[in-house]
Design a protein around this ligand. Structure first.
Ligand code: LLP
Length: 423
């Protein structure tokens, strides 16, 4: 939010935070995380779902703890993410473990600690889990990730529910697998997991995938196989450039009626709808330059700090932190063009032409030293950082009602070389 020409987060000027911790820096709003989580919980309350926050979208332990305190469960996709959930005191029963290529070591660890549900994607994984369950004399709880062949209309790199994607088991093969494991002592395969991509900025693909899953469930019932759980995944949109994402209320209006009398337990795996608009990346302009065709604003923030623009051409609204009262943005949109703005590319210092934070944007005049905010960076921002070009990952700061604290320090050169020095 802009007040008196400057960006503030929960009452704290973003410039104050950047001065204290330097740039680039991630700044999160505690209030936004809590609000977004509670909106979903409230809109879907009729289904009483397990809301499993997708750790991959924002994995900082302090954020996980915050959501845990709100009642969140967690969706993990690696042994590392399971450990993050455990580290913040999560009962392993409240963790769902997804992922297309889990290793035997990861599966064994997760079975040993008693992870609540495995979202299984291959027959190999079913075999391993059944063995582990037999060895432990306790059936492993599992849901089969079914690929419903539904087009979620997302970027091809984040579409997961089409037949050509590596994810899940084709719906036509699912029945046989449920039948095969229906008498198993080591594996209780009684759930269906769906996740068709993200962000899914309409409700229809959810309706389509759930309808297909309910048909499968009815068919299985006829064969005496009882499905108890449906996990409807994540992918609920966030507003990056206006109001393109359905609200929690709209998703619920489409989904809840399909499931409320089904007798099924419901899991959900929201990530970005909670985290994207709870965080920004702040960078500092290191120089500006012009070519014959372009104006460049070069910042100390790069593709290593926010990979989404480089990887997917993803759009993030970018605006100066202190543009002055005349340039407070009235709204965030791709087409925003205020008088006195100029067309620029906002780029980083990394040696790749894909290293940009925003292209062809009408920005107020910017000079060396000016701070730039990249919005909607709370999801898949910090978690997708890298050390490419030997860059240290940025710090993360959490603002809470006028106060702020460091929740991850900036990496140092010693961090960059530690694993090499010690061998
Ligand atoms: N559940 C499963 C099985 C998933 O694969 C994902 C995301 C989610 C839940 C959470 O999706 P969300 O609600 O956050 O949209 N790096 C990309 C996104 C890749 C998402 C991978 N899976 C990005 O920056 O947009």
């Amino acid at each position: 939010m802009y007040t008196n020409g400057g960006l503030v987060c929960e009452g704290v000027p973003v410039a104050t935070i950047s001065e204290k911790f330097g740039t680039p820096v991630y700044v999160y709003s505690q209030r936004a995380f809590i609000e977004h989580y509670n909106q979903l919980a409230s809109e879907f309350r009729e289904l009483n779902p397990k809301l499993c926050f997708s750790i991959k979208s924002c994995h900082n332990l302090h954020i996980l703890r915050l959501l845990r305190d709100q009642g969140a469960c967690f969706d993990a996709v690696s042994g590392g993410e399971v450990r993050r959930a455990v580290e913040v005191g999560t009962d392993p029963q409240d963790i769902v473990f997804a992922g297309v290529g889990k290793t035997e070591a990861e599966l064994k660890y997760a079975v040993d600690i008693g992870v609540g549900c495995f979202n299984v994607e291959t027959t190999t994984e079913l075999e391993i889990l059944e063995n582990l369950g037999n060895q432990a004399n306790r059936p492993v709880q599992a849901a089969l990730r079914v690929n419903p062949d539904v087009d979620a209309g997302t970027h091809p790199y984040t579409t997961t529910g089409k037949s050509e994607n590596k994810f899940g088991i084709e719906i036509s093969q699912a029945k046989d697998l449920f039948l095969r494991y229906s008498q198993s002592k080591g594996l209780n395969l009684s759930g269906i997991h769906l996740h068709i991509g993200s962000p899914v900025n309409s409700t229809e693909p959810y309706v389509e995938m759930i309808t297909k899953a309910l048909e499968l469930i009815a068919d299985l019932k006829k064969a005496d196989v009882n499905i108890e759980l449906i996990n409807i995944g994540g992918g609920y949109g966030a507003n990056y450039e206006g109001d393109e994402a359905p609200s929690a209320e709209q998703y619920a209006a489409a989904i809840v009626p399909l499931l409320k009398n089904s007798g099924l337990k419901v899991n959900m795996e929201p990530g970005r709808s909670i985290s994207a608009n709870a965080g920004i990346l702040v960078a500092k302009t290191t120089c500006v330059k012009k070519s014959r065709t372009k104006n460049f604003v070069i910042t100390d923030g790069a593709m290593t700090d926010l990979f989404r623009p480089a990887l997917y051409g993803a759009y993030h609204f970018v605006w100066p932190v202190n543009p002055g009262a005349d340039f407070e943005p009235p709204h965030r949109s791709r087409d925003l063009k205020l008088d006195g703005t100029q067309l620029v590319d906002i780029v980083g210092p990394v040696c790749e032409s894909s290293d940009f934070l925003g292209k062809d944007r009408w920005l107020p005049p910017v000079q060396k030293g000016d701070l730039i905010a990249v919005f909607s960076a709370g999801a898949y921002g910090a978690t997708m950082t890298s050390q490419y070009n030997s860059r240290c990952r940025p710090p993360e700061v959490l603002v809470n009602g006028g106060k702020f604290r460091l929740i991850r320090r900036r990496e140092t050169f010693d961090d960059l070389v530690a694993a090499e020095r010690e061998v």
